[in-house]
Design a protein around this ligand. Structure first.
Ligand code: FAD
Ligand code: NAP
Length: 567
């Protein structure tokens, strides 16, 4: 390891010379010689969630010298950070799991229908151990900067520990929902009680017993944690800006027989998932419009899906996400369920969403969320008309009224899709930063590469179906695709792979076209960047479906990697 500030050693003189050359602005010609590189890699992967772990497995299996850098002290990504009460996936775990290893999927036994956060974290650790990944992971280390050098055709990457790593390929497995958003509310630092964010929850579960808790946010994280916090807190004050649609998860233990039967047919289910729109085996494309049936028949279909639990309702008809009137039938069905569940009629109405078509924000799945509002110790504070004025020492103020609590929970989401990428200062050989090229919204080719940024890859990036799918399926498909690009480059002795600007533009236009043929853009959501003040409004995910997307990628490979330039 080279120490940058060793005044007596050769390191010091190299450092002085490097500065001398860079001051003379001849860095590109001679400066590299004096760079204090700590490590040389083929591939540096940022992030040790499911995307990073599978990338590392693929790279190492094929003999690439690869390492992960992860800011946390363990693997699991989402499931490492989101330890809040009630955290679990809302896609059944038999689906929400890796498929790349038959041995793994046969030997791992899910105990819960929807994996809980501890179970998912155990799974991530199990995968890490089984495939011996840990020895190539650098924990507690954040990547802060990356610069492409067109003389070496390598990335020079910097960590928060001032290490410099040179690598041929830089893979960003930094996550779409990994940069917690804490809103900039006046006085936020003045609160003297405990402060929690669902997206970076402490390892030791706080005890809310006998305490008054204030929670801000009623998205998926709020909807999952509210019923559990309400079980022990003396009082729970829920600050709701916008109500959300939520369907019952109907969570349960996973019966052993069901699990084993599923395993016997795993190949079939994984294929069904790959050929579906959202990457979930049981949700196959519907065949009829909401108006092909009578009102009575339609309600029966919704009721069946409601009783079954999960997101089945959204897959009832072909036009729920494209026709406002069709969508209204599903939305009203759910609003009526809220009205039936919440005893206080006025309160029920405040919990009914009217501002967006159902399914155009990520649909929440819950376990007794609306029932929680019937509890004596739970209060809803509707802040849709009056935002929070300020947070103070003992609580917060809305419309001049003071609310006091011991603990505050921010269930306020994430700077989604671009937050983690933009937090790294990434620049190309012309000194242009990725962040500045994304100023008016991200642009990518297939959500995988950005033109002018050679040998830089992202997994489930903007304009990919990632967040609109069972994400592990999309992660595997992206990693395989990236890996095939890298292998193609290597076997043909090319130095760089870049996305062509023309193909990138066409892909972005196609994305916008697909999105604007749906109701998605009508919602104010993190899909659009609406949840972050100052972020350019831009619909980011590809909603053409995972099967279409995979077919497009396969065609691109057949067409000699159309849209990619190898040089
Ligand atoms: P992540 O798991 O987010 O991992 C990214 C990692 O990169 C993190 O560990 C982070 O610390 C690290 N990192 C980021 N930047 C840096 C840096 N500069 N330096 C070093 N390390 C860095 N998806 C589904 O399909 N189904 C679900 O049911 C589902 N439930 C979810 C529930 C919650 C609470 C959340 C937040 C998300 C959920 N998701 C779900 C989406 C989930 O994020 C993905 O399914 C998946 O786990 C993403 O894996 P990933 O590896 O891409 O990213
Ligand atoms: P989210 O969906 O973005 O919800 C954030 C909540 O905080 C919203 O209710 C938002 O209100 C509110 N909020 C934000 N800033 C506020 C402010 N200044 N004042 C008042 N309220 C404010 O975030 P999330 O719940 O963490 O979920 C993010 C995504 O993670 C989900 O969509 C999903 O993809 C994933 N997730 C999945 C699960 C699961 O069940 N598997 C669980 C958790 C998360 P507005 O709506 O008015 O902006």
């Amino acid at each position: 390891m080279v120490k940058v500030c060793d005044p007596k050693g050769i390191t010091y003189y190299k450092f002085v010379l490097k500065n001398f050359f860079s001051r003379l602005n001849i860095k590109n010609k001679y400066g590299d010689f004096f760079l204090l590189i700590n490590k040389n890699l083929d591939t540096l992967i940022v992030g040790a969630g499911f995307a990073g772990m599978y990338s590392l497995y693929k790279q190492v299996s094929d003999g690439f010298k690869s390492e992960i850098y992860e800011q946390g002290d363990g693997v699991g990504g989402t499931w490492y950070w989101n330890r809040y009460p009630g955290a679990r996936c809302d896609i059944e775990s038999m689906d929400y799991s890796y498929s790349f290893s038959e041995e793994l999927q046969q030997e791992w036994n899910w105990k819960q229908k929807y994996g809980t956060q501890p179970e998912l974290l155990d799974y991530a650790n199990y995968v890490c151990k089984k495939f011996d990944l840990k020895k190539n992971i650098n924990f507690n280390t954040k990547i802060t900067k990356a610069e492409f050098n067109n003389r070496t055709d390598k990335w020079l990457v910097k960590t928060n520990k001032n290490e410099l790593i040179e690598c041929k390929y830089l893979i960003l497995a930094t996550g779409n929902l990994s940069t917690p958003n804490t809103p900039n509310i006046k006085g936020i630092n003045n609160f003297e009680g405990n402060v929690y964010h669902t997206g970076s929850w402490p390892k030791k579960m706080p005890n809310f017993e006998g305490r008054t808790v204030g929670i801000i946010g009623t998205g998926s994280s709020g909807v999952q944690s509210i019923p559990i916090i309400a079980e022990t807190a003396k009082k729970l004050l829920i600050f709701q800006r916008t109500p959300n649609f939520s369907l019952p998860a109907r969570h349960s233990e996973l019966p052993v027989k069901k699990r084993e039967d599923y395993k016997k047919d795993y190949k079939k289910y994984r294929n069904l998932a790959k050929n579906s729109s959202f990457g979930i085996a049981k949700y196959q494309p519907p065949t009829q419009s909401a108006f092909d049936v009578t009102d009575e028949e339609r309600n029966k279909i919704y009721q069946k899906a409601w009783d079954e639990g999960g997101q089945a309702m959204l897959f009832s008809f072909t036009d729920l996400l494209t026709n406002q009137k069709a969508n209204d039938t599903a939305a009203e069905f759910v609003r009526n369920k809220i009205r039936e569940t919440v005893k206080d009629k006025a309160l029920a109405e405040q919990l009914c969403p009217f501002d967006h078509p159902i399914g155009t924000k990520r649909l929440c799945l819950d376990s007794h969320y609306f029932e929680t509002y019937n509890k004596e110790n739970v209060s809803l504070i509707n802040i849709s008309q009056h935002p929070i004025d300020e947070i103070n020492v003992n609580g917060l103020k809305v419309n001049e009224k003071e609310y006091l609590f011991d603990d505050i929970v921010f269930a306020t989401g994430f700077d989604a899709m671009t937050g983690a990428v933009n937090a790294i200062e990434i620049s190309n050989d012309k000194g242009i930063t990725l962040k500045s090229t994304w100023n008016n919204g991200p642009k990518t080719y297939l959500g995988i590469m950005v033109s002018d940024f050679p040998n830089l890859f992202m997994i489930t990036g903007p304009q990919s179906p990632g967040v609109k799918s069972q994400m592990i399926l999309s992660i595997e498909q992206h990693v395989d695709f990236i890996h095939s690009l890298i292998k193609h480059k290597k076997s043909n002795n090319y130095n760089t792979i870049t996305a062509k600007a023309k193909n990138q533009d066409e892909w972005v236009n196609h994305n916008n076209e697909v999105a604007h043929n749906t109701l998605y853009p009508l919602a104010h959501s993190w899909y659009n960047g609406d949840n972050i003040a100052g972020k350019t409004r831009n619909f980011m995910p590809y909603v053409g479906g995972v099967a279409n997307y995979k077919n497009i990628c396969d065609e691109i490979v057949k067409d000699n990697y159309k849209g990619f330039e190898f040089s």
